[in-house]
Design a protein around this ligand. Structure first.
Ligand code: HEM
Ligand SMILES: *[C@@H]1O[C@H](CO)[C@@H](O)[C@H](O)[C@H]1NC(C)=O
Ligand SMILES: *[C@@H]1O[C@H](CO)[C@@H](O)[C@H](O)[C@H]1NC(C)=O
Ligand SMILES: *[C@@H]1O[C@H](CO)[C@@H](O)[C@H](O)[C@H]1NC(C)=O
Length: 496
């Protein structure tokens, strides 16, 4: 009897040791990149998600680059992962989309964004959806949208300037959400009894959290937020079905038209998931970018000065001062686009882009095993001192150098290859127009907050509180660092 027990115990111990050994030494038909798989199951997730307040390459990645080189292995959220900080390998990964690599996000993301979100759809249906999104946010639509974007920015700024202070992260998120929701589903927050955006806010708070779905956890609230938002979107679509518009006006009209076609590949579930992703992608990312840009402008007055000059010049050149921005004026904002590029480079709003290896892939002396996840790490490329001199400096002028311009390999804030962000142009319009309205008409002072934390996603834990006032109608009130002052041209540039 004893011997049997002993044998079983020994067997259990042996297979445990074997399992641990297998965990830290995964099988590979070739030479695995160096690295550590961390603890069993947990891997190195805790180190990866540890927060840090610097804008530099995340310490997790930086330490491992030093120890193992530019390509290393690890384990995150239960998956073996190859991390690539090498711009050539990143480029190769983007170019081989659908052949050697495929878009892949952790299971928790799929749970949260729906099983049929754009990120995890492949092949035919994906191309179809992409066409649909480009139809909405492509250059032709954006040209028509310009005035609307200007009016939204104008209206928000006017409102904020009447408040004592405004928290820019939430306020700009609200501005962008309302505009996107209007374009997509003609949602008018002033006329609707339910607050669609509130559900998205609850959703976002738990997005990067431990996936424990029990009442009280952030993850649970996140799923609840998604559920409520989805129900609202469903009801709105149903409502539209009952009372259709005569001409196609928004995305829902388009969806209903498509669903009625016999040969369509679109289903209601796919359309609703897509709607959710678009609403989410548009307001969270762009509002982070706007907030980061304003923080950078406040910290770099010489950049603000040049930006203001560019936009004042646009107004001076305009023949009819009653008219709003034209597409030609928008296209002429050279320095503004440099500021936007620099914001995207240093902001690193997307800290990792995930793929899955479809086959064993040999790259230089290493092999990436089939089935493994691959994480492209944009911050490591954007903060590489041999490409970007003094990488932690916010320096829009660096984009004047011709080497940077064509060098798509060294700029991947919006991804690359086939899966390049479809919202890029939309984001640029939003940011450029917002900056235009802001710097031509207003000045602002930092009041409180503005600290950043990266977990590794960019966050503003205490927001960015600013006080905005009209340039030519200064009220007698002061910011944190200075008393109220005269409204002269000098002051425009010295403060804020
Ligand atoms: C600062 C703003 C933004 C940043 C930094 C950003 C970044 C990115 C990145 C890095 C990707 C590639 C993901 C991958 O390859 O797996 C991506 C894809 C995507 N983005 Fe954005 N994005 C921004 C704004 C937007 C906006 C405003 C929209 C919506 C209108 C949007 C919609 C999408 C969609 C639908 C995809 C998936 C495209 C695909 O899988 O082919 N993004 N974005
Ligand atoms: C951020 O990381 C650096 C090392 O890269 C470390 O010295 C610093 O203490 C970290 N800061 C925080 C707030 O965790
Ligand atoms: C911007 O807003 C102001 C007042 O809020 C208004 O007088 C002006 O016409 C608006 N301009 C545009 C282009 O919408
Ligand atoms: C911004 O970056 C993109 C991608 O590298 C580049 O094509 C573009 O020319 C840059 N814009 C400016 C104004 O430098």
């Amino acid at each position: 009897m004893w011997t049997v027990c002993l044998c079983i115990a020994a067997l259990v111990a042996l297979s445990f040791v074997h399992w641990i050994h297998r965990w830290s030494n995964p099988r590979c038909n070739g030479n695995l990149p160096p690295g550590s798989m961390g603890l069993p199951l947990l891997g190195e997730s805790l180190e990866f998600f540890a927060s840090n307040s610097s804008s530099d390459i995340p310490p997790f990645v930086k330490e491992r680059m030093k120890r193992y080189g530019p390509v290393f292995r690890t384990s995150l959220v239960g998956r073996p992962v190859i991390v690539s900080t090498n711009s050539d390998l990143n480029y190769y990964i983007f170019q081989q989309e659908g052949r050697l690599f495929q878009s892949w996000y952790p299971d928790t993301f799929t749970e949260i964004f729906g099983k049929q979100n754009v990120g995890s759809l492949h092949g035919f249906i994906y191309k179809y959806l992409k066409g649909m999104v480009l139809n909405l946010f492509g250059p032709e639509s954006l040209r028509k949208m310009l005035t609307e974007v200007e009016q939204a920015a104008n209206k928000s700024l006017d409102m904020w300037s009447r408040q004592e202070t405004v928290e820019l992260k939430d306020a700009s998120a609200a501005m962008i959400f309302d505009l996107t929701a209007k374009k997509l589903i003609s949602h008018d927050p002033e006329k609707s009894s339910e607050n669609l955006r509130e559900n998205f806010v609850a959703f976002i708070k738990g997005l990067i959290s431990f996936p424990l779905n029990i009442p009280g956890t952030a993850y649970h609230k996140c799923l609840q937020g998604r559920k409520k938002a989805m129900t609202m979107l469903e009801n709105m679509l149903e409502e539209r079905r009952r009372r259709p518009n005569k001409v196609q006006r928004d995305f829902y009209d388009y969806v209903l038209e498509e669903l009625q076609r016999k040969d369509t590949v679109l289903t209601e579930a796919v359309a609703l998931d897509l709607m959710f992703v678009l609403l989410f992608a548009s307001f969270e990312t762009t509002s982070l970018a706007i907030t980061f840009a304003i923080k950078m402008l406040a910290e770099n007055p010489h950049v603000l000065k040049e930006l203001t000059e560019e936009h004042d010049a646009i107004l001076r050149k305009r023949e009819d001062s009653e008219l709003g921005l034209t597409w030609k004026e928008y296209k002429s904002m050279k320095f503004t686009f440099q500021v936007i590029n620099e914001t995207a480079r240093l902001g690193n709003i997307v800290p990792g882009i995930f793929r899955k290896a479809l086959k064993d892939i040999k790259y230089k002396e290493h092999t990436i095993p089939a089935g493994w996840a691959v994480m492209v790490c944009p911050p490591a490329v954007h903060l590489n001192p041999s490409t970007y001199k003094d990488p932690l400096q916010f320096n829009p002028w660096r984009w004047e150098e011709s080497e940077l311009k064509g060098a798509s390999k060294n700029f991947m804030a919006f991804g690359g290859g086939m899966r390049f962000c479809v919202g890029t142009d939309f984001t640029k319009v939003q940011m450029a127009v917002f900056l235009h309205c802001l710097v031509t008409k207003y000045r602002w002072v930092l009041m409180k907050g503005g600290d950043i934390v990266r977990t590794p996603g960019l966050q503003f834990p205490n927001g960015l509180h600013i006080q905005i006032s009209e340039k030519h109608k200064i009220r007698a009130r002061g910011g944190r660092n200075h008393p109220s002052r005269q409204d002269d041209e000098e002051a425009d540039h010295v403060y804020c």
